[in-house]
Design a protein around this ligand. Sequence first.
Ligand SMILES: [Zn+2]
Length: 189
Amino acid sequence: MPYACPICGQQTLEDQSGTFVMAVPSGIPGGDIRIADANWQSCSSCAEQIIPDDLSKAIEQVRYRRSGLLSPDQIRQIRARTGLSAVEMAQILGAGDKSYTRWENGKSVQNKATDTLIRLIEQHPELFADINARRSPDRESLIQSYFQSLSTFKGSNHFAIAAHGEPLSSAACESIRRRLLELAGANQT
Ligand SMILES: [Zn+2]
């Protein structure tokens, strides 16, 4: 039983199921995007296709994968692993909060440079805290006193370990990163 098409108003919108095929512009490798076991609706009058969320998500995953970019879900997962808020993540990336949120929602696509930075944040979150600290020499004394206070932590001086090129434990990195983010926040007010 056909439905009324929301685009042309004709009673010619029908349920479709099977393999959904989406043509992609020539020059994009991999040919048409094909999603098996899909459900959607199409209008035989105006050729409009109504694509449900799960299908559009599946198409999106293929698009991101083919372009070598992190998908919105992957970006969200990386941020969850770092423990950063969306606002903190946007600050580190030098992006606006709204732009960042659109990447997580899949409403826009991050460029390759940003994609690279997000991948680096996943692997080396402490580098970003360090870069922020170097950018703001006026915070130097705060940061120095922080590192000095680390030596009072039982057992070891984390900064001394870092200076000697030994790998920091993930707990030490986490502690340094958190504190530097706090200092960054304190400096802005
Ligand atoms: Zn129509």
